[in-house]
Write a protein that binds this ligand. Sequence first.
Ligand SMILES: [Zn+2]
Length: 124
Amino acid sequence: MHEVSMANAIVETVINSAKKNNANKILEVKIEVGELTLLNPEQLKFCLETLSKDTILENTKFKIQKNPARISCNCCGYEGKVKIDDNSDHYLAFVSCPKCGCMDIKILSGRECNVKSIKIEKGD
Ligand SMILES: [Zn+2]
């Protein structure tokens, strides 16, 4: 499952930066997920909560924000949003230009899965 490996990476990132910052509690984690990753935010959240048990992340609030995908087309110059086929089984959605159908495109955003911010409580 795609979500599990992503959740694993996120938990690791957050725990590492919490250690660096001497956090004794993590209050909130904001995550940005691009539309093109086809990650299911609900599933991702569930995985994160499962992986958080018995770690410093237990009881942390996970806020997942979905980022829309944007492309620029090398054929007609279109720049903007794309329509994503949510039924795709692929890890990355199949994308073409919504204006001319060309597949010679550049993906500007939508492939990211980042920890955007972490709210911590510092130890004494
Ligand atoms: Zn185009």
